[in-house]
Ligand binder design. Structure first.
Ligand SMILES: Cc1ncc(COP(=O)(O)OP(=O)(O)O)c(N)n1
Ligand SMILES: Cc1ncsc1CCOP(=O)(O)O
Ligand SMILES: [Mg+2]
Length: 362
């Protein structure tokens, strides 16, 4: 039943107009995405998902809402943003239309709460489905690099910062996080932008620690957030579906929450106590074993990991590790990266062989 609780007639009509206009906006944007899925990608599953979303929108677009339309009296019909006149690529066109759909769904989610008891939650779910579709269509390359990454360099302030990062990239590193707690924002942004360019030159991902604003402004591939930072779900909303959001976890509860909120990867640690995060208790190898069994997204063991103990961490089930000092203080970062990758790959090969053996003899 459609009800607008305790509102005057004028307000009711306005809410209906807002819902009507945004249902149209969302449908149009989805249709544009759908055409690319159908004719550009020939993808039945993506086309189908767009169609189902459009059908669900249509099921809410009642006669009552349509009748509230007042196109001649709407001052918004003539307003266009200069960027709407230009699209440099299919990716940009899709991105603009995903943003349009997500914005419209968010408006409906909020105003819908005034209109129908289940409209807010229904549109929230739809918005998450659109994020997923967006990340499958546009964020795929980032997710692939993330899934393949085995070593993660988290930087610390250094006057050799760019040299260390470049040397590590030359060794095959594909994931870098810029972590600097004390520099002022101007310098932090300039450093982030330069590091981002450097990483992209090597087709590596660039992540910013703590700061969503700096991640966006530096064109980073994502952000890493801890338990005291912005919640993952909020970061996902601010960054859209394409960028990566990583989350630090120290115990199973934090892991569960990070997974529920949609973290793309998680940090697991500190495995060992470390001066880089002084005062933080070690989570230990037991938590690494837990992650090996229960984590459903890529996860990186972190904290006190060096060439001397990496095999213990791998032995506890880690397939990916993150380090600060082991690379930032290395004399030869390229060689250290190669050593870590060799150890992690060796483990992967052994696991693959064991899998083959079990399949053939199980
Ligand atoms: C890969 C990775 N894992 C964990 C952390 C720690 O994040 P957080 O708990 O927010 O602490 P700070 O790094 O902000 O001091 C990380 N940065 N990266
Ligand atoms: C940022 C962070 N989060 C958990 S441990 C850690 C620091 C790891 O530093 P190091 O590799 O030097 O021990
Ligand atoms: Mg943090």
């Amino acid at each position: 039943m459609v009800r607008l609780y305790n509102q005057g007639v004028q307000v009711q009509a306005t809410v209906c107009r807002i819902l009507d206009a945004n249902l149209d906006r969302a449908r149009e944007g989805l249709r544009i995405v759908e055409e690319w899925c159908r004719f550009g990608l020939n993808s039945a599953p993506f086309t189908d998902e767009c169609k189902q979303l459009r059908q669900e929108l249509a099921s809410w677009h009642s006669l009552e809402l349509r009748s509230a339309r007042d196109t001649p009296g709407d001052p918004g019909t003539e307003l266009t943003h200069p960027q709407e006149e230009q699209r440099a690529s299919i990716e940009q066109l899709l991105q603009a239309n995903f943003s349009r759909v997500q914005e419209a769904l968010r408006v409906i989610e909020e105003y819908g709460k005034l209109y129908h008891p289940t409209m807010g939650s229904a549109f929230k779910q739809m918005r998450y489905r659109v994020y997923t579709l967006e990340s499958q269509l546009l964020g795929n390359q980032r997710q692939q690099i993330l899934a393949a990454a085995q070593l993660y360099l988290v930087t610390s302030p250094s006057n050799q910062l760019f040299n260390v990062v470049e040397a590590a990239l030359q060794g095959g590193l594909t994931l870098v996080q810029y972590r600097d707690k004390n520099t002022d924002d101007r310098l932090r942004l300039a450093t982030a932008a330069k590091l981002c360019q450097l990483c992209h030159q090597y087709e590596a991902l660039f992540i910013v620690n703590d700061r969503i604003d700096i991640a966006i402004a530096s064109n980073a591939d994502g952000v890493h957030l801890g338990q005291q930072d912005m919640p993952v779900s909020v970061a996902k909303e601010l960054l859209g579906g394409q960028r990566i959001v990583g989350s630090s976890t120290t115990n199973p509860e934090e892991m569960q929450q990070a997974l529920e909120q949609g973290a793309d990867y998680i940090g697991v640690g500190p495995v060992y106590e470390t001066p880089t995060k002084a005062g933080k208790a070690a989570a230990g190898l037991d938590y690494v074993r837990y992650a090996a069994q229960y984590a459903t997204v890529p996860w990186f063991a972190i904290g006190g990991i060096s060439v001397n103990n990496v095999n213990d961490v791998i032995g506890a089930g880690a397939e990916r590790v993150a380090v600060v000092r082991s690379l930032m203080q290395a004399q030869h970062p390229t060689l250290i990266v190669q050593y870590f990758l060799a150890q992690l790959n060796r483990r992967q090969s052994v696991k693959a062989l064991q899998g083959d053996y079990n399949n053939n003899h199980g």
